[in-house]
Write a protein that binds this ligand. Structure first.
Ligand SMILES: NC(=O)c1ccc[n+]([C@@H]2O[C@H](COP(=O)([O-])OP(=O)(O)OC[C@H]3O[C@@H](n4cnc5c(N)ncnc54)[C@H](O)[C@@H]3O)[C@@H](O)[C@H]2O)c1
Ligand SMILES: N[C@H](C(=O)O)[C@H](O)COP(=O)(O)O
Length: 326
């Protein structure tokens, strides 16, 4: 029986992504994993972190070579140095992503798993880029996607993603919240096997606005959306004060949390599971999971980067493709 094939994008070449890819053959996967990136750069990093590994996945007779890494070559613009960002390679990082997206769309890949990229250096290269999540939405012509991180026994989704904090209140509108909750609810059912997902929704302001004394978004935006969607049958609790939403007895009343902004939800989850969590993009026509950490330039090429989150991201992508409850 042929195994499903997943693209693993090796990410920022100065970061830990290539090192983490080198660790993939430590396990036997129930899938074929194709790492996308510059072959020479990845080979050099493999020699630094996994000297025993042979990059060639196939023996001369074409048979798979056990314990090797299969690399689909996308060329760097200029040589990469671990730990040193180079704007001239910003376009390369996007070329790697584009190759994986094309393969997911064509059916060549059952899904894609992304190693970390550095958003700033891609912007410095002249391409406005705020994250894989937004890039994938555009590349697949999906009007709205939802970022959700899974780890530490939690699922935390975000109503807004990579926005300056000052722009968050205006971004939280009734249409955005309605569509975000619909996507979250639908994908918890379809991709995570939950028949009737229970979603805990955070407020935006301290103490969920304290009855309007500390902000009006809960009264004017969040509560009306929750009431309308409850009337459709969704199990939604909130708006809940975010400071106590994450205490265990509240968390256990939900299957997922919807936080209003990036640093309301993610610090809690990363505190509980950093290095073992997974970032998944909901609402896409393709499967995409990712690590829960960044480029860790300080560790690139050292062999000290922990591949746990990449392994968890591969496991989740495989489970999602099988339609199993992850
Ligand atoms: N999925 C992604 O592409 C992704 C996710 C998060 C951050 N980023 C980007 O990464 C860049 C750097 O972000 P940052 O410095 O805030 O966070 P970071 O996760 O790169 O580093 C934070 C700390 O965690 C450590 N760390 C990270 N990954 C590790 C691993 N696998 N094993 C052991 N230790 C690890 C680092 O050494 C550092 O001390 C930014 O440009 C950010 O936007 C990308
Ligand atoms: N917000 C993510 C995190 O903190 O882990 C990270 O920046 C990656 O986002 P994308 O998947 O959109 O690149």
């Amino acid at each position: 029986m042929s195994l499903p094939t997943f693209a693993i994008t090796s990410g920022e070449p100065a970061g830990v992504g290539p090192d983490l890819c080198a660790a993939l053959p430590r396990r036997e996967w129930p899938a074929r994993l194709v790492v996308i990136g510059d072959r020479e750069m990845i080979a050099a990093r493999i020699h630094a972190v996994e000297p025993a590994l042979d990059i060639l996945a196939y023996q001369p007779d074409g048979a798979p070579r056990p314990g090797a890494l299969e690399v689909l070559h996308v060329p760097l613009a200029v040589a990469a140095t671990a730990g040193r960002l180079e704007p001239l390679n910003g376009r390369y990082v996007l070329d790697v992503l584009d190759r994986a997206i094309a393969g997911c769309k064509s059916g060549e890949f059952a899904g894609m798993v992304t190693a970390p990229v550095h958003k700033g250096i891609i912007c410095d290269a002249g391409v406005p880029f705020s994250g894989h999540t937004e890039y994938l939405a555009e590349a697949t012509a999906t009007p709205l996607v939802v970022m959700m991180l899974v780890g530490g026994g939690m699922r935390v989704a975000l109503a807004t993603t990579h926005l300056p904090l000052k722009d968050v209140p205006a971004a939280i509108t009734r249409p955005l919240l309605t569509d975000t909750l619909r996507i979250l609810h639908q994908d918890l059912k379809a991709r995570f096997g939950l028949a009737a997902p229970r979603i805990l929704v955070a407020g935006l302001n301290p103490h969920a606005g304290e009855g309007g004394h500390m902000g009006m978004e809960e009264i004017e935006v969040i509560t009306p959306v929750l009431e309308a969607l409850r009337a459709e049958g969704m199990d939604l609790r909130g708006p809940l004060p975010a400071d106590t939403l994450f205490v265990p007895h509240t968390l256990e009343q939900g299957d997922a949390v919807l936080a209003m902004f990036h640093d309301q939800g993610l610090p809690v989850l990363k505190h509980a599971s950093f290095g073992g969590g997974v970032n998944v993009t909901l609402g896409l026509p393709i499967i995409r999971t990712s690590v829960d950490h960044g480029t860790a330039l300080d560790l690139a090429g050292s062999g000290r980067a922990d591949p746990g989150s990449l392994f968890a991201a591969v496991e989740l992508a495989i489970a999602m493709a099988k339609g199993r409850r992850p």
